[in-house]
Write a protein that binds this ligand. Sequence first.
Ligand code: NAG
Ligand code: NAG
Length: 403
Amino acid sequence: MEEYRVEIPKYCLQEMALIRIVIGCLYTLVICTAYGSTLSSNAEIKVNPPQDFEIVDPGYLGYLYLQWQPPLSLDDFDECTVEYELKYRNIDSESWKTIITKNLHYKDGFDLNKGIEAKIHTLLPGQCTNGSDVQSSWSEATYWTSLQGNLDTKIQDMDCVYYNWQYLFCSWKPGTGALFDTNYNLFYWYEGLDHALECSDYTKDNKINIGCRFPYLESSDYKDFYICVNGSSESKPIRSSYFVFQLQNIVKPLPPDYLSLTVKNSEEIILRWDLPRGPIPAKCFIYEIQLTEDDTTCVTTTTIANEMYITRTSKESQQLCFLVRSKVNIYCSDDGIWSEWSKEQCWKGDPWKETLLFSLIPLAFVILSVLLITCLVLCKHKTVVKMVFPMKKEAFSHQETLC
Ligand SMILES: *[C@@H]1O[C@H](CO)[C@@H](O)[C@H](O)[C@H]1NC(C)=O
Ligand SMILES: *[C@@H]1O[C@H](CO)[C@@H](O)[C@H](O)[C@H]1NC(C)=O
């Protein structure tokens, strides 16, 4: 007789387990929904969105005010502090900035080359509503500055440098689509100024403004600095350009001064230099050093002290030169511009040794040879004379004797 064994395939077992899980889940879901519906009965408390939400441009070239009024019928929540959740961004930017505030306004800087969108809703915290937080629907607002003029009329290649943390200079090129009668004007603003100011000292090319030398900018560091370059032309509107930066991030220091290079022993060298002149504190610098040994090896290193100990790669090197440049370091700014390179400072190996090695030895050799030859010649001559003289003497003595 044959025995039948029913084997349940493995995958079937798995499937059965899965079905059990699914059923379990559905059960939980039903319970959850039931419980949730009791919660939602609490959440029937409703609140209105803020009123009159708007984005206001006070003429600060990018610094905008977002403002609103409290929602209608707030009286039901007299005991509560209402909060607002505000979200805003430049159109096209990926992420929203989120602020939670109890105030009725908020201020921040924006890039006016693009539009701005913002939304806000009212928040009732849990303690006002027996547990769950309640939110209103969103109020929305957008803002665009007037974007008149074609893109090719706006300035190009704007470049601003804050020289030695003292003098701000900006330069630009006219737009490719700008006609000969176009001229550009620069306006700037930062927190502390009552209103936007126009540049008072333009640099010009053919009567067209292509740069601005700023006056002394009092307490302007670590703040957003807003610039707008707009323009005018008889024939067509000119597109404005907006820029925002912080002055401490575009500082270009002077190069360090008074470099010195001391060879302590055959291997160790000390490089020293003075701080660049000006108002930048010593703790704000980073230096880059370029060391050249005998025109060949170049070592580039950075340091935040104004001296550096370096070991020579070769004891025989006859010439060591170095240059330094400076930049504002990360303790004082997020970014910076390298200064020009300093003048080069060099050290030359013992000049006498060199002369001795490369010129005195051959010279000595030549002199010695000359001496030797003369000597030889002279010596030979002497023996000849000697040979002649005694004969004469002999002859004389002969004569003497003869006499
Ligand atoms: C909160 O619950 C209490 C009693 O449980 C009730 O009297 C009160 O009206 C509730 N408040 C709100 C805002 O629903
Ligand atoms: C340029 O911008 C300034 C500052 O916002 C403004 O006062 C001026 O009217 C503008 N000029 C033109 C031609 O748009």
